[in-house]
Design a protein around this ligand. Structure first.
Ligand code: ADP
Length: 928
């Protein structure tokens, strides 16, 4: 765009050139105007009318909004992802000038109405010497929240992005210079990406800036020393400062993300468990939505934080549990407390408004009335069951003395019901607060009183009737006299106007008084403004106190809300154990139970039983059961009660889930690839103390691939990771693992079939389900009989075929390998284990299915001759068919495959690689 337009348009265009914002709003008198392309854009987006502005012989589109209405338009533009520069007009000696005062972007728009947090984020990456290093920072300009941390894994960055759901993200140079990384980030967030200047991310400068702002100790206090983390945090500060929103000062504390004390919850798991957003991206029907009985916006924000960041610190959880328990049982006190919180202003937000200078008289009144709640809340607690719980301590956390002082000062300084802004008739500052103002107001009132009574005096003194004294903009104060008596006015009356029925006069004295009144009004406004600003600064100086009080009120709100939910839904307080035992009696799904006549189920796990294979027909309730178990664990570690009759739970360090396919295909990734990435992440990240939920693994590929992967993953989780695992699978074959792997057990969700009708009982029972229901469900769903019949046939044939194919490949029996390691052989055609033995190819497949004999080391293996066989390694064995008799001559290709198989350490090979290997082996055998 050239700037030879000159005039006001020229000025607009050259200001626009000086900023990297998408749109410029320039003040022109009482309006903010947009010109040229910006006018078109704004008109399109916001439905404004476009007119034409002529300038230096050309015509330009122009759109405008009144000064007082800019904020909603700004917000609307920013919501749509634009960054808007705002140029203000100010007076100079020779007219006026305009300058860009601030740039409003999604992450820096101050004062959004919604209760939702709007985070600004920065992410930086560094190829450090010790591998990947990520740094993230999150800031919320309306509450002053500021967090930063370093991570070694992109997955952790993703998890935080999911948790904070930022609206704007600044990728650092280490991220944006790498297409793949940038693409990863883009996929992990809906935030608008803003390319902020690279120098802001320079670690040296960033460190300096952080030290200046938060104090040099702060960095060490939150353990922030990794360069990318410092860079991200520094860049966020720089950006907030640059945009001129003036809220930098409200960021009083630098917080870490304390991943160590939290339950690891990756983004996938947060989504799968529908904590704050359903799989479809909605907020109703989530765990947060179900539990949110809070009265305040700050309470909702804190509850969200608790649910997405469960804790591992037992003392903290016991404290929350006790408080919730007190609230659950003290219904009256709870209601009173919630009533008191109702309508309390958002102190964190008000603190930010005070520091940015945006707070008006009514904001300070809101602060005052929020502070007033402290003693009221104390009274609501005092003498009730709450008094003997941790509840009073929450309230006592902020500095009570300081809060009282600030409250008293605000009471003294600000009128009870001040107008919305300074000026006009005054009345913002309370009487008795400032002597000078009081004197001025007294004089002013006296002067006004003189004017108010002037008409009466004039009537009396000059014997006039129909006299009034009034004031308007053009004439100022005047004496109005009815036309009939206007001839008799005294001489010192000067006529200023004739109306239809009256005449207006002034006198010298009236003019003198008028000047005095106007002077006093001006002076009063000036004084009120000055005093108000002092008071506001005093409030800003207490931003930290207000944040503390805000946090305390939010916590009371959350605890009371959780108590309310527990009491009204028959939830129970969980007990935590240091041991391995996990016992849930009559557990329910917290969200599903709200809308369904829910059938409760138990869960029992311990050191002997750490891996449950969950089977059952489609739609029987497997997913629901597993999710409810995960949610109960999470709720407990959020500090809440849980939906169960009783629950004894070990503290978990992470919850990992892998649940049926989402719409990843739409995102250009194959479902199977996603499934494997998720599985890989779980196998890498979970520990003995984690809870793993697998809802179908290997479904996205061919059956035998799928089984192989599910099989290997089960072994790995059972033997190596040793995480507590619930694994729902439609591979009925896997249920046989329970006989071999010591900590694996089967449970199934029962269904009853009578006269061809299946009734879902929703009951979880011990043992595997008795059949595979796939074809059966097709039948139920009304698929035509010939198709169902044929499907049955095909299924049988497939099983046979597989057996034949495997035999052609040479079989592979295996047995006890001399050092006493147990091994078992799985016969795919029979669908069951048979005993490991000497591996001699005896053809006794007919017996293979006898479960009583399975696993018996003395019994010869039967599978080698006619079935595909897999060995299950139980963790201390070597695996791999070493028991082949030397006299069986094998094809060299088969030999090669076997030797590759022997050389593969199942425990050391990532599953995806294993899968690739198995595929390759199969291909080689197929070529035979
Ligand atoms: P699956 O994973 O076995 O296919 P789901 O867990 O998706 O089955 O459950 C299928 C349906 O059954 C869901 O609509 C769910 O609401 C309902 N359901 C599951 N468990 C229960 C239960 N314990 N009580 C009542 N309804 C249930």
């Amino acid at each position: 765009m050239t700037t030879d337009a000159g005039g006001i348009v020229g000025e607009f265009l050259s200001l626009k050139e000086s900023t990297d914002a998408d749109v410029l709003a320039m003040q022109c008198g009482d309006f903010y105007e947009f010109f040229a392309d910006d006018a078109e854009l704004v008109a399109d987006e916001l439905d404004l009318k476009v007119s034409q502005k002529s300038s230096h012989g050309s015509s330009y589109p122009m759109a405008g909004v009144p000064l007082s209405e800019l904020t909603p338009y700004l917000k609307a533009l920013v919501e749509r992802g634009y960054r808007v520069a705002v140029a203000e007009q100010y007076e100079t000696d020779d007219g006026h000038a305009r300058e860009i005062e601030r740039v409003v972007s999604p992450g820096t728009v101050v004062d959004p109405d919604g209760a939702e947090a709007r985070y600004l984020a920065a992410v930086e990456h560094d190829d450090g010497d010790d591998g990947d290093a990520w740094g993230v920072a999150f800031a919320e300009v309306t509450t002053g929240r500021f967090h930063a941390a370093a991570f070694a894994e992109l997955d952790d960055v993703r998890a935080e992005l999911h948790r904070f759901a930022p609206v704007e993200l600044l990728p650092g140079p280490g991220v944006r210079d790498d297409d793949a990384r940038l693409a990863d980030l883009r996929e992990a967030t809906d935030a608008r990406l803003t390319l902020h200047e690279a120098e802001a991310f320079a670690p040296g400068r960033a460190r300096h800036r952080l030290g200046d702002h938060f104090g040099t100790q702060a960095l060490a206090a939150v353990g922030l020393d990794a360069d990318p983390a410092v860079a991200a945090a520094g860049a966020v500060l720089h950006y907030v400062d640059e945009t001129g929103a003036g809220v930098l000062a409200s960021m009083t504390r630098l917080g870490g993300l304390d991943a160590g004390g939290r339950v690891a919850l990756d983004a996938t798991t947060q989504r799968n468990l529908e904590l704050v957003e359903t799989m479809r991206g909605e907020s109703t029907g989530t765990l947060l939505d179900t539990l949110d009985h809070t009265e305040t916006a700050a309470g909702t924000r804190l509850l969200r934080e608790w649910l997405t960041r469960p804790r591992r610190d037992r003392a903290e959880l016991e404290r929350r549990g006790k408080a919730v328990e007190a609230f659950a049982s003290a219904a009256l006190a709870r209601d009173r407390l919630l009533d008191t919180l109702d309508g309390t202003a958002d102190l964190e937000r008000l603190a930010a408004r005070a520091t940015s200078g945006a707070a008006g008289p009514r904001d300070l009144v809101a602060v005052r009335s929020a502070l007033e709640r402290l003693p009221e809340l104390a009274a609501a607690i005092d003498g009730t069951e709450l008094a003997d719980s941790p509840v009073p301590d929450v309230l006592a956390r902020p500095d009570q003395g300081a809060a009282r002082d600030l409250h008293d000062e605000l009471s003294e300084a600000i009128a009870a019901e001040p107008p919305g802004s300074i000026g006009g008739d005054g009345g913002v500052i309370a009487r008795g607060y400032d002597e000078e103002l009081d004197e001025l107001v007294a004089e002013y009132e006296e002067a006004v009183d003189w004017l108010d009574t002037l008409a009466e005096r004039e009537k009396r003194q000059h014997g006039l009737s129909h006299v009034s004294v009034d004031r308007n903009k053009t004439d100022g104060y005047y004496i109005q006299v009815g036309k009939s008596v206007a001839g008799g006015v005294p001489e010192h009356y000067h006529e200023i106007k004739t109306l239809k029925n009256s005449k207006r006069f002034v006198t010298e004295e009236l003019e003198e008084r008028e000047r005095t009144v106007l002077r006093m009004e001006e002076r009063r406004e000036e004084l009120e403004r000055r005093i108000f600003e002092e008071v506001r600064e005093r409030v800003a100086a207490e931003a930290e106190l207000l944040q503390d009080v805000g946090r305390a009120l939010a916590e009371l709100d959350v605890l009371a809300a959780l108590g309310h939910h527990a009491a009204t839904n028959d939830w129970t307080r969980p007990a935590f154990t240091d041991g391995d035992e996990l016992r849930i009696e009559a557990g329910r799904h917290p969200v599903v139970e709200q809308t369904t006549d829910f059938v409760p189920n138990d869960l029992r796990m311990d050191s002997e039983r750490g891996f449950l294979i969950v089977t059952g027909p489609n739609m029987s309730g497997k997913s629901t059961y597993m999710r409810q178990c995960a949610l109960i664990s999470l709720l407990a570690q959020a500090g809440s009660f849980v939906p169960a009759d009783s629950a004894t739970l070990p503290l978990v360090d992470g919850v990992y889930t892998r649940v049926g396919a989402l719409d990843e295909l739409a995102q250009g990734r194959s479902t199977f690839m996603v499934e494997m990435q998720e599985l890989s992440n779980i196998l890498h990240s979970a520990t003995e103390d984690s809870l793993v939920i697998l809802d179908e693994v290997g479904r996205g590929t061919a059956t035998y691939d799928g089984i192989s992967i599910a099989w290997a993953a089960t072994e790995y989780l059972h033997n190596e990771v040793r995480a507590r695992t619930l694994f729902a699978t439609h591979y009925h074959e896997l249920t046989a693992l329970a006989e071999h792997l010591p900590r694996v057990a089967n449970v199934h969700v029962a269904a009853e079939e009578r006269d061809g009708e299946v009734t879902f009982l929703r009951r979880v029972r011990e043992g595997p389900t008795d059949r595979s229901y796939g074809v059966h469900v097709a039948d139920l769903a009304g698929v035509p009989d010939p198709v169902v019949g044929r499907a049955d046939e095909v299924l049988d044939r497939l099983r046979e075929e597989k057996a034949i194919e495997a035999r052609g490949a040479g079989g592979g029996g295996t047995g006890a390998d001399g050092d006493g390691t147990r091994q078992a052989v799985f016969d795919l055609s029979a669908g069951e284990f048979v005993a490991g033995g000497d591996g001699g190819g005896r053809e006794d497949a007919g017996d293979a299915g006898d479960p009583d004999r399975a696993g018996d080391p003395d019994r010869p293996a039967s599978a080698a001759g006619n079935g595909a066989a897999i060995t299950a390694s139980d963790g201390d064995g070597e695996g791999g068919g070493r028991g082949l008799p030397p006299d069986r001559a094998l094809d060299p290709e088969v030999e090669a495959v076997l030797s590759a198989l022997r050389d593969t350490d199942v425990n050391e090979t990532p599953p995806v690689e294993l899968m690739a290997k198995v595929q390759e082996w199969q291909a080689r055998l197929d070529d035979e």
